[in-house]
Design a protein. Structure first.
Length: 93
């Protein structure tokens, strides 16, 4: 259990989790979608590890739009939706 780990062990565990996330993220970027899907389907812990790492990474993001890319994109969409010169053909998927 994590409660029985020393501060040094907790730090090492966090570094390993971060490395795991970066490794899985790279797999998703460089592997064809079908192959990545099969890999993640074959080992559900990959999905869990990736999302645990992503959640941990986002903890370091600021709550302000400038620090969090997701909030920045949401703000941009809201601004364009209410803009006088918005493009009616813009699609957000």
């Amino acid at each position: 259990s994590s409660s029985s780990l020393t501060p040094l062990q907790l730090a090492a565990k966090a570094k390993l989790a971060g490395s795991r996330f970066r490794s899985l993220n790279e797999v998703l970027y460089i592997t064809p979608s079908a192959e990545a899907f099969e890999r993640f389907q074959a080992d559900p812990t990959l999905f869990e590890d990736y999302h645990a790492g992503f959640r941990e990474q986002t903890l370091g993001w600021s709550n302000k739009s400038e620090g969090n890319p997701v909030n920045w994109i949401i703000d941009l969409i809201r601004q364009r939706r209410h803009s006088q010169d918005r493009n009616p053909h813009t699609v957000v998927a």
